[in-house]
Design a protein around this ligand. Structure first.
Ligand code: ZN
Length: 88
């Protein structure tokens, strides 16, 4: 069983559809049992969607890096690693 920190580390690969079958299954299982991680992954997926829908050639570079910076800050602040029900 993976702990929340491992799930957080896999979350962006999951959102990109890059996980192997076993990792994907472990992550889905964890998300099913762990609402904070579910929320975390949902936020990542949502952010990906928004970024993908932006017409990138019309968005100034500085706005893109601003958004990305905010997202990274959010991940740094909000990663569900501290309150970890699966940590022994
Ligand atoms: Zn978790």
């Amino acid at each position: 069983m993976k702990n929340c920190q491992q799930i957080a580390a896999l979350a962006s690969a999951y959102a990109d559809g890059e996980l192997s079958g076993v990792e994907w299954a472990e992550l889905r299982m964890h998300l099913w049992l762990c609402p904070p991680c579910r929320k975390y992954v949902e936020q990542i997926e949502l952010t990906r969607e928004v970024l993908e829908k932006l017409p990138t050639d019309e968005v100034p570079q500085e706005v893109q890096s601003e958004l990305l910076g905010r997202f990274k800050q959010w991940v740094a602040d909000g990663a569900p690693a501290e309150d970890d029900p699966f940590d022994e």
